[in-house]
Ligand binder design. Structure first.
Ligand SMILES: [Zn+2]
Length: 374
């Protein structure tokens, strides 16, 4: 007797997970890894064209223009400083052209990099907004190239690029300073405000419109201290040179006995207290100055924990004048970071390191970026 055969199950009709049209669309969308590869190839081509020769780096600040000729190893081989003549873009552009002309006399310049505090467009040619210079949509690259040509009757270098100053500083530290070899690097520059830069897999992350890395304006205290940007409670109101000085002066104005040493050092005038003065007092063991750095350091650590939650970097380099206090600032920052980090105890901790290039980071970084890196 034949055993009954099992009924063949009906073939299931499975709908494709991705409809055919969507699949075709996905195939047309460029693979991000390919896009990255293409960008790297473009960079390599540019670098091959421009080479590793001397590049000019220019750092435009609110009060001074610092410039240098930087070699392929990140060394500053010549240097110049000028007072920022005026807040008008034309005045500053003339100064930059003058500096390039001077350097071009003794050096065979390959490219020019200009670092400016403010928003720089994604094409790296126009300063969209510079808070300290009253610049609005200033086509800086073109203006400088035109002026240099007019002065020398020729082009200088193969190209000129404009960078956000904090991006340039981050790049400088990545290539030649405390961030060497780090595949996910953040740089936090503590000056009057906070500058931020992101370097990932050998590229500066500028964002879709060129404005990424404005860490200083992340709000950490809703309704807190008023910021220059118009909002309240921005991170830079708590963890910057301005924050340090504001707190120190407030302490001195309150006539607190703990502030007597700071006041003495400032000749009895609370308004004469500066960041370097607080640093000096803290180094000398003054308890009030030490506490002020602990407070700023704590805010710094909390902000770094926020950045870690969003970006998961391996190293955060701390630069700018406030970082001169070194462990007086970084010690409390590390402690606050550890206490605030989300998932603490279950994830590797990033490294918080002091910047190595000092005030030259921006200049060195913009020069190097102009060669086609980043
Ligand atoms: Zn702000």
């Amino acid at each position: 007797m034949a055993t009954p055969r099992k009924a063949t199950p009906r073939k299931a009709t499975v709908k494709p997970v991705i409809p055919r049209k969507a699949a075709a669309r996905a195939a047309r969308t460029p693979d991000p890894r390919r896009a990255e590869l293409r960008q790297r190839l473009r960079q390599q081509t540019r670098r091959a064209l421009i080479g590793d020769g001397p590049a000019v780096g220019i750092d435009i600040g609110g009060t001074k223009v610092a410039a240098g000729v930087v070699d392929g190893e990140g060394r500053v081989v010549a240097q110049l400083r000028r007072v920022t003549p005026t807040t008008s873009p034309q005045g500053v552009e003339d100064t930059i052209a003058e500096i390039v002309e001077e350097f071009a006399r003794d050096h065979d310049i390959v490219s020019v990099g200009i670092g400016a505090a403010g928003f720089v467009d994604a094409e790296r040619s126009t300063v969209l907004f510079a808070p300290h210079l009253a610049w609005r949509h200033e086509p800086l690259r073109e203006a400088v190239e035109r002026r240099v040509r007019a002065r020398l009757g020729r082009r200088v270098g193969r190209r000129t690029v404009v960078e956000n100053d904090a991006n340039a500083a981050a790049w400088g530290e990545y290539r030649f300073g405390a961030g060497r070899g780090e595949s996910r690097l953040l740089c936090v520059t503590l000056g009057t405000g906070i500058g931020g830069g992101i370097v990932t897999s050998g590229s500066v992350q500028r964002g879709r419109y060129g404005i990424a890395g404005e860490f200083g304006h992340m709000i950490v205290v809703p309704g807190g201290h008023r910021c220059e940007c118009g909002n309240r409670g921005c991170w830079e109101q708590y963890a910057s040179g301005n924050a340090l000085v504001r707190e120190a002066r407030e302490l001195a104005r309150a006539n607190s006995p703990v502030a007597h040493r700071l006041l003495d050092m400032a000749g009895g005038d609370p308004e004469a207290i500066t960041g370097p003065l607080v640093t000096e007092a803290a180094r000398g063991g003054d308890p009030a100055a030490t506490e002020l750095f602990e407070d700023v350091g704590r805010w710094l650590g909390i902000g770094i924990a926020n950045l870690a939650a969003a970006l998961d970097p391996g190293t955060v380099v701390i630069g700018g004048g406030v970082s001169d206090a070194d462990e007086l600032l970084l010690g409390p920052a590390r402690e606050a970071y550890r206490r605030t980090l989300t998932g603490r105890g279950f994830r590797p901790e990033l490294r918080i390191a002091r910047a190595e290039l000092g005030p030259q980071a921006g200049l060195v970084g913009s020069a190097d970026l102009s060669r086609g890196w980043g």
